[in-house]
Design a protein around this ligand. Structure first.
Ligand code: PLP
Length: 282
């Protein structure tokens, strides 16, 4: 694989980051994951806007423009002959002797690599995913897409140990989001419910696209808090993320959601999303 590191396209085994990199020592960094379908970038402007916002929120600056980043992504897709998979981007504040405080003139680290992966025709679409409820143990700025992912690593490990595919995190009795996805329920009267954006969740790019499409179709979207009990009583549940698009959730803590099968609203949203994703791919 060819990867991109700080201005250079290199074979992956020749790309090296300093042991003093603040991403490594402090988790002082931001990341993005963009899906690739048919060799094209999905929801690219949304990911670039969120990247700029996250970097800004930690007082950092991107070393190059987002247009240049998109050009790098396209070149990696081409050089690696990637038709389907993801592009991972990581920005860190840079490398210097270990100190909580950082120098203002530090050169940031920018790394991008591709990962080939089947995204579209996956078993989850037909079978659904199983979700495990866990406490949300993260910090209070979850709107920043930081590389500090230890709480999510541990949440996913617990979910896996229980035979589940994803963890849904709860705080004060309400579901915040999945460990690496946005959480939704569909009520018995066909309303799409998901938590509103704010500091408690990451503003999902796939979420933004799906909710816009749903509203365009005249579907009812309620951005509000919801409890585990409400989720258990829902007709359907689903999740979105860049690498899953939208997939159904068929069980929560071992109990079936609705009839335990992917529902009609999920199918409609998936079709709308995939259609739009292809139409707007770059
Ligand atoms: N919430 C969290 C905590 C995530 O880590 C992710 C993606 O990794 C999402 C939501 C979904 O965001 P997106 O749709 O932009 O991938």
């Amino acid at each position: 694989r060819t990867v991109y590191l700080n201005g250079a396209f290199l074979p992956e085994n020749e790309a090296h980051v300093s042991i003093f990199d603040r991403g490594f020592l402090f988790g002082d960094g931001i990341y993005e994951v963009t899906a690739v379908l048919d060799g094209k970038l999905i929801d690219s402007p949304l990911h670039m806007a969120r990247l700029e916002r996250s970097v800004g929120e930690i007082g950092g600056h991107l070393p190059i423009s987002t247009d240049e980043i998109v050009a790098i992504e396209k070149r990696l897709v081409e050089d690696n002959k990637l038709t389907e998979g993801v592009i991972y981007l990581q920005y860190t504040r840079g490398a210097e002797d270990r100190n909580f405080l950082y120098s203002e003139n530090l050169e940031p680290t920018l790394l991008l690599f591709t990962q080939a992966k089947t995204l579209e025709h996956v078993a989850a679409v037909e079978k659904g995913l199983k979700v495990k409820i866990v406490p949300d143990q993260r910090w209070e700025r979850r709107d920043i897409k930081t590389v500090c992912l230890l709480p999510q690593v541990l949440a996913k490990r617990i979910a896996k140990a229980e035979g589940c595919d994803e963890a849904w995190m709860i705080e004060d009795g309400f579901i915040t989001e999945g460990a690496s996805s946005t959480a939704y329920i569909i009520t018995q009267d066909d309303k799409i419910v998901t938590r509103g954006n704010g500091n408690a969740i990451l503003p999902g790019c796939t979420r933004l696209a799906v909710l816009d499409l749903a509203r365009e179709q005249g579907l009812t979207v309620e951005e509000r808090l919801f409890t585990v009990e409400e989720a258990m009583a829902a007709r359907e549940a689903c999740l979105t993320s860049a690498s899953n698009f939208i997939v159904p959730i068929t069980s929560i803590d071992g109990k079936p959601v609705g009839d335990g099968k992917p529902g009609a609203m999920f199918k409609r949203l998936r079709e709308l999303y995939m259609d739009n994703a292809r139409r707007t791919a770059v």
